[in-house]
Design a protein around this ligand. Sequence first.
Ligand SMILES: Nc1nc2c(c(=O)[nH]1)N[C@H]1C(S)=C(S)[C@@H](COP(=O)(O)OP(=O)(O)OC[C@H]3O[C@@H](n4cnc5c(N)ncnc54)[C@H](O)[C@@H]3O)O[C@H]1N2
Ligand code: MOO
Ligand code: MG
Length: 396
Amino acid sequence: MLDFDTALARLLAAARSPSRSESVVLAAADGRVLAADVIAPLAVPGFDNSAMDGYAFNVADFAAAPATYPVVARIAAGDAPQPLPPGCAARIFTGAPIPSGCNAVEMQENCDLQGDTLQISKPLRAGQHIRRAGEDIAHGAVVLARGERLNPAALALLASIGVAEVSVYAPLKVALINTGDELVEPGQPLAAGQIYNSNRYALTGLLQRLGCELTVAGLVADDFGRTRSELARLAASHDVVISTGGVSVGEEDHVKAAVQALGELNVWKIAIKPGKPFAFGRIADADFIGLPGNPVSAFVTFLLLVRPFLLARSGAGKITPQAWQLPAGFAWTKAGDRREFLRVKLGDDGRLQLYPNQGSGVMTSLAWADGLVDLPAGQTIAENASVRFLPLSGLL
Ligand SMILES: Nc1nc2c(c(=O)[nH]1)N[C@H]1C(S)=C(S)[C@@H](COP(=O)(O)OP(=O)(O)OC[C@H]3O[C@@H](n4cnc5c(N)ncnc54)[C@H](O)[C@@H]3O)O[C@H]1N2
Ligand code: MOO
Ligand SMILES: [Mg+2]
């Protein structure tokens, strides 16, 4: 069995960079990966402007406080002000351009106005309450680099420099099959021995969140010929083919043999729990991923192995998941021979709570959890010991 780090390294090493890119409008770019650096065509802010509603002046006019100023101008956001004469003040509002001749703004709460004359009682600092041109983004700066996955904050940043379209990598074409004679889609009645296909819904959601262009190819029977022909058909028209189930060692498990007949298998069996029979390989020009049938095993291996692979394959740069050290609010006494990923929740006392049933088919554990404890093989956990916690929010 491979250890987890070796398996992940193999997947990442096999992740080819995307070859296709396209231009998309900003409103359609959320979740997409930049195919080129974005350079700022202008500075942000574009001009010195007021951070407060108040009055603008030149602090050099302060011989000694208190000082009085005639208010000779009114400048609102969107105005293009004239220079301010020496010794004068301007009424100014948040976001309004600072007129030349001014170098400070005082909040109106600290100003005393008698008619059109303003009195300032305490000295001002040059630059006070002024947002300087270019203090956020310099003209010509690389605002976002190739490989950045766009999120709403990044889209706002791009809009702030006037970018209307971005060059992004084409979405990965991913095909999903669910193998298993026992599977039935929700909405249909169950006959004896049948169960509902839950992996399809986990993976559809997970793949869509990664921005993949998904083909749900449906159910495939536990049959070598059908498994092989369906994998071959999908590999011809997709970048990545993902299967669930049938990847272990029983006579009803045909995925591994089908992949070996069609292409190559580079990873099979990893010393992790859940997820031991995970498989990775190649069929024609498509990458192949075989997830275990057990729903928790499929979900966890997707988060820990498939997600980083697909991000790398999508051209995304940052793929290291968040990890925190947190105290365990439970004890774990069974030292396993595989690295284990336990479903836990962060309690109000700041300690991690363990879901009581850690079975590989227990989906309630994942729906309840807000993270995984990464427990090395051969180790136990004493209550209150510090453990490595992977928040699900950092893995989705
Ligand atoms: N003799 C051995 N048996 C098993 C081993 C082993 O090492 N030696 N490994 C076990 C482990 S660990 C896992 S994980 C499972 C993985 O099995 P497969 O990938 O072959 O998956 P299946 O056998 O097809 O199904 C396993 C389990 O999951 C249910 N399932 C399958 N697909 C779905 C779906 N789409 N939605 C919901 N549930 C699904 C299926 O009914 C089975 O109960 O193998 C162990 N066995
Ligand atoms: O790896 Mo299996 O997921 O232990 O049940
Ligand atoms: Mg099996």
